[in-house]
Ligand binder design. Structure first.
Ligand SMILES: Nc1ncnc2c1ncn2[C@@H]1O[C@H](COP(=O)(O)OP(=O)(O)OP(=O)(O)O)[C@@H](O)[C@H]1O
Ligand SMILES: [Mg+2]
Length: 333
C-alpha cells in the first residue's frame, strides 16, 4: 500500500488544484508499487494517469493548444489538423513497429523521465516522393492528440534570406513552449547544393543553427520530424542528431493491394484480377496509386455504378504511369 504521506500529498495538491504535483505523486506511487513487485497495480495507476491527462488535454485546453500561430510566428508555422491515424497509413511491418515504439515512448514519457530516460522525439523520415512521409507525420500527431505544425524551410529561406536562423530560433523556442509535432517538410533544402554563393553561406548558417537547436532539451517533449527525399544531401553531422531515422519505400505487392482496397471504399469490387493490377501498379508511388484508385471510384460514382472492375482500375493506373513518364521525360529534357 502507499504511504500515508503520499496520500496526504495527493490530497493537498488536489485541494490546491496543482495538477502537475498531483500526477507526479501518483506516478511516484506507481513507481513504489512496481519496486515492490506489484506490476499490474503500477500499470493500472499509470494507465489512469494517462487517461486523466489525455482527457484534460482534449478538453479545457484544446482552443489554446490548437490555436493558429500568431505574432512573430505567423507565417513561419502552419497549423494543420491531423486527419489520419496510423492505421490509415500502409507501411511495412518494420517501419510500423518502429513508429509504434516511438509513439509508446511519447505516450509514456513521464514514466521514462521518472527513470531518468529521455523519450525519442527527433525523427527523420526518408523516402521517395508520395510514400507517406507527410501523412505519417500527420498520423503521429493524430495518435498523440497533438497539434501538427508544418514548417517549409525552402520558403522560409527564400523569404527571410539572411534572417532564417533567427526565424528558426523562434520556431525552436515555440517547440519548447508548446508541445506539438513540428514537421520540417521537404527538408532537403538545408543540405541541398546551391549555385549562388550567397545561398551557400545562408544554408551553412541555417544548418549550423539547426544542429545547435536540435541539441537542446525541451521539457515539453515536442516531436520534431524532418522529411526528405534525398538523405544523401543531408549533412552527416545532422544525421547524428536524430533519435531515429525511418526509411519509407516504394510499395510492395502486399501494400499495393492494401492501398487499392483502402481507397476503393465505399465501392464494391468483386473478383479483382490482383496479378494484373499489381503488375501494372508496380513502379507507381503509394500516392499515385491512391489517386488512380480514387479516379476509378469517382467515374464509377458518376456513372451511377455500384462496383469498380479490374479494367477500370487498370485504365486509371495506366493513366498515372503515363503522367509519371511524361513528367520524367520533361525533367530530363
Ligand atoms: N503509405 C501510404 N499509405 C496509404 N496512403 C498513402 C501512403 N503514402 C501516400 N499515400 C497517399 O498519398 C498521399 C500523399 O502522400 P504523402 O504526402 O504522405 O507523401 P510524401 O512521402 O510526403 O511525399 P513527398 O516526398 O512528395 O512530400 C497521401 O495523402 C495518401 O493519400
Ligand atoms: Mg511530403
Amino acid at each position: 500500500m502507499s504511504s500515508t504521506k503520499q496520500i496526504l500529498a495527493l490530497l493537498r495538491s488536489r485541494v490546491e488544484g496543482d495538477d502537475d504535483t498531483f500526477y507526479s505523486i501518483a506516478l511516484q506511487v506507481a513507481a513504489s508499487e512496481a519496486r515492490q513487485g506489484h506490476k499490474s497495480t503500477a500499470e493500472e495507476i499509470r494507465a489512469e494517469i494517462e487517461r486523466a491527462r489525455a482527457k484534460k488535454s482534449r478538453g479545457a485546453s484544446v482552443a489554446v493548444a490548437f490555436g493558429a500561430p500568431r505574432g512573430n510566428l505567423e507565417g513561419l508555422l502552419e497549423l494543420r489538423e491531423p486527419r489520419y491515424r496510423l492505421k490509415d497509413v500502409v507501411l511495412g511491418e518494420r517501419l510500423q513497429l518502429r513508429l509504434n515504439d516511438v509513439l509508446l515512448q511519447q505516450r509514456k514519457r513521464d514514466w521514462l523521465r521518472e527513470h531518468g530516460k529521455v523519450p525519442s522525439r527527433r525523427l527523420l523520415f526518408v523516402g521517395p516522393p508520395g510514400s507517406g512521409k507527410t501523412m505519417s507525420a500527420e498520423a503521429f500527431a493524430g495518435e498523440l492528440h497533438l497539434p501538427l505544425f508544418v514548417i517549409r524551410l525552402e520558403g522560409l529561406i527564400t523569404r527571410f534570406m539572411g534572417d532564417t536562423a533567427a526565424k528558426l530560433r523562434l520556431i525552436f523556442d515555440e517547440t519548447a513552449k508548446r508541445r506539438g509535432v513540428y514537421l520540417f517538410d521537404e527538408f532537403d533544402a538545408v543540405g541541398g547544393h546551391r549555385t549562388s554563393s550567397n545561398d551557400v553561406a545562408e544554408m551553412r548558417r541555417v544548418l549550423n543553427s539547426f544542429l545547435q537547436f536540435m541539441e537542446e532539451d525541451t521539457a515539453t517533449d515536442s516531436v520534431i520530424i524532418c522529411a526528405t527525399n534525398h538523405p544523401s544531401l543531408l549533412d552527416r553531422a545532422l544525421l547524428r542528431r536524430y533519435d531515429q531515422v525511418l526509411e519509407f519505400d516504394v510499395p510492395t505487392e502486399e501494400q499495393i493491394k492494401e492501398i487499392v482496397l483502402m481507397n476503393l471504399r465505399p465501392m464494391k469490387a468483386p473478383r479483382l484480377a490482383w496479378g494484373r493490377i499489381v503488375d501494372s501498379a508496380t513502379g507507381l508511388s503509394q500516392s499515385e496509386l491512391a489517386r488512380a484508385v480514387d479516379d476509378a471510384v469517382k467515374s464509377a460514382i458518376l456513372a451511377e455504378r455500384q462496383a469498380v472492375s479490374t479494367d477500370d482500375l487498370l485504365l486509371r493506373i495506366r493513366e498515372r504511369s503515363e503522367m509519371r513518364s511524361a513528367f520524367l521525360n520533361d525533367a530530363k529534357s
